[in-house]
Design a protein around this ligand. Structure first.
Ligand code: SF4
Length: 233
């Protein structure tokens, strides 16, 4: 079967050999490998540009980029001197304000209930109405979606499913304007993205081992956590 990921014309920016400042996607007249979407994927890039021409998308994208720039101090001193200023929790609040939003959704994991509560308080203190839903909402037994007893975290007892579809639908019913995810599991977050009517952003990505800092694994893949590179079973 044809694997689209193996085509030389398929985007493979992660393997690009050039430094950012040399890349054609960042520097006019810059360099690029053979499989470079900036030079090979004209139709896709044109389709993306057409989306940015839609007024609501244009406003969203423009304000996101303005927020990106506003995340730095010392901009008047040049690129080499700029300093990052704002943690993500504040960037989300500022972006929501920039968009004129007044109602946020806070979609959180039961394992991060304290963090969810504090984040909701933070956004309320910034002047937003906050609608929140925990992952276990609905108390649906895991058996309902086909999970076997031995596949639970602790066999022989009730376990509620994480219910990201209900979380998203609760936000949809409350007409939230931006949903903020706090610590959802892999896959459960995907379902929120799929079912949410409002755009979503992630305050925290769950990592049970690394204190919700998944990149700690990346930083240590070639040293203490090299065992993670062993083939999947
Ligand atoms: S130069 Fe081309 S291949 Fe390299 S990162 Fe940019 S778009 Fe991707």
């Amino acid at each position: 079967m044809h694997d689209p990921a193996s085509s030389p014309s398929t985007a493979a920016c992660a393997e690009c050999p050039y430094k950012n400042a040399q890349k054609i996607c960042m520097a006019p007249g810059g360099r690029h490998p053979e499989a470079c979407p900036t030079v090979n994927q004209e139709a896709v890039l044109a389709a993306a540009l057409a989306e940015y021409a839609k007024p609501d998308i244009a406003a969203f994208a423009c304000r996101a980029s303005i927020q990106e720039g506003a995340g730095y101090a010392e901009r008047e001193s040049g690129y080499a001197a700029v300093r990052p200023l704002k943690p993500r929790i504040l960037e989300i609040a500022e972006f929501a304000r920039r968009m004129g939003y007044s109602r946020l959704g806070l979609i959180f994991c039961a394992g991060l209930a304290l963090e969810g509560r504090r984040a909701a308080e933070f956004y309320r203190e910034k002047g937003f109405a906050v609608v929140s839903a925990i992952c276990k909402v609905g108390q649906v037994p895991k058996e309902t979606i086909g999970v076997k007893d031995e596949e639970k975290i602790a066999a022989g007892r009730h376990e509620s499913i994480c219910n990201p579809i209900a979380q998203a639908m609760l936000m949809n019913a409350a007409k939230t304007q931006l949903n903020v995810l706090v610590g959802l599991c892999v896959g459960h977050d995907s379902l929120v993205f799929k079912y949410s009517e409002a755009p979503c952003t992630v305050l925290a990505a769950k990592d049970r081992v690394f204190g919700h800092n998944p990149l700690a694994a990346v930083y240590t893949l070639d040293s203490y956590y090299r065992y993670l590179k062993q083939p999947l079973e």
